[in-house]
Design a protein around this ligand. Structure first.
Ligand code: SF4
Length: 380
């Protein structure tokens, strides 16, 4: 299979769906860790198609959602300085901190720019030598190599007015934190395929061994998700807590060594706070001391953020798999994409945004509009 359509072909989806359903004898609780997978499950009607046989819960795999409110407050504080240009990916702009968002700061006159890559921010700094350009570097192991590369490039080019406000996080420690919750119900995981393209997946071996749950590295297309779920169910049904890679077209066991070297050169592993979830041991990356000139926290003397609660937002319960977004009392009334109370309603990878967009009311097999719809209707 080479082309994307083949991963959405109704006949293949129907066949895979039937295989999955044949193999289930009880309603297992499976967590997809990545927000991109959550959106795909909802958008293509898979969650609804499997509702009666599997409980799919959606984990802490949205980087925007897990960035603490304090980190956003720090970004807003920097953006308000007249000598600073705050550069960020667009997704972060609407996420509320405790004192508003970067978008509100921009409306009030702060110089907040959207960039598509951290390297764009280095170029911006080179063009604006009298200003300080701070890139707001958030995200998982997928985006950390790019911010590391930007730092290396800034040093190489002698761009001294560039720095990064870092909040990079690591996926596996967050899965570990979920498993260690006293009320954890998760019995199997779909691991985020794109993160594994960087990190590889061998490190999940110890996780599987320790927690005795299956982990299946899975992609994002409907057929990827169905094959990943089918394998996870098979491992659960046969009592085999093992590690599998169902995304071999993108993920190698060793990952991407070049990207890993970039991360290792600039960052070191640390305990960092996750929004709503608190401090997660080894849950993030901070800049090594030899790169502290490019660390905005050092340059602007900002203390490290501490764990923050999320007010009335139930995002921690959503990301731990305790509830689904519609079970939050604010979902769809006080909290909507236009009036977000919490980050998961803002982010393009947030679980609450996915439910609001694709599953506000039950989707019948007749009304399902994703590519699985023909299969659900018995067509194709
Ligand atoms: Fe938070 Fe809104 Fe989601 Fe509730 S619906 S958990 S308030 S983002």
């Amino acid at each position: 299979m080479k082309f994307i359509d083949e991963y959405r072909h109704p006949a293949l989806l129907k066949s895979q769906l039937a295989e999955l359903r044949r193999g289930v004898t009880r309603r297992w609780v499976i967590m997809d860790v990545c927000g991109g997978q959550t959106h795909s499950l909802l958008r293509h009607g898979l969650e609804e198609a499997l509702e009666d046989v599997l409980e799919l819960v959606h984990g802490p795999g949205c980087p925007v959602c897990v960035t603490p409110a304090e980190a956003i407050d720090d970004a807003v504080k920097l953006a308000k300085r007249p000598d600073v240009i705050l550069a960020s990916f667009g997704d972060m702009l609407r996420v509320p901190g405790r004192n508003g968002s970067l978008l509100l700061a921009r409306a009030a006159g702060a110089d907040v720019r959207t960039v598509y890559s951290p390297v764009d921010a280095v170029q911006l700094a080179a063009k604006e030598p009298t200003r300080q350009v701070v890139f707001f570097g958030v995200g998982f192991e997928t985006t950390a190599p790019a911010t590391a590369l930007a730092v290396l490039q800034a040093r190489q080019l002698g761009v001294k007015n560039f720095s990064v406000l870092v909040h990079h996080v690591r996926v596996e420690p967050a899965m570990r934190a979920v498993m260690q919750l006293p009320d954890n119900r998760v019995q199997g995981f779909l691991a985020a395929g794109h993160v594994c393209t960087v990190t590889g997946f061998a490190h999940y071996g110890a996780f599987v061994e320790e927690f005795q749950v299956p982990v299946v590295v899975t992609g994002f297309e409907p057929l990827d998700l169905l094959t990943g779920l089918t394998e996870c169910v098979r491992l659960l049904e046969t009592r085999q807590p093992q590690l599998r890679n169902q995304y071999a077209r993108s993920v190698r066991p060793e990952g991407n060594p070049h990207a890993q070297r970039l991360i290792d050169e600039v960052y070191t592993i640390a305990t960092v706070p996750w929004r709503g979830l608190g401090a997660i041991p080894d849950g993030g990356l901070v800049m090594r001391s030899e790169w502290r000139d490019f660390d905005a926290r050092n340059r602007f003397e900002l203390p490290a953020p501490v764990s923050s609660s999320d007010g009335d937002c139930r995002s921690a319960d959503v990301m731990a798999g305790r509830i689904k977004p519609p079970e939050c009392p604010l979902f769809g009334n006080a909290c909507t994409p236009d009036t977000p109370v919490g980050a998961p309603m803002v982010s393009s990878e947030g679980a609450c945004a996915a439910y609001f967009r694709y599953a506000r009311s039950p989707i019948s097999t007749e009304s399902a509009s994703g590519p699985l719809a023909p299969a659900l209707r018995g067509e194709g």
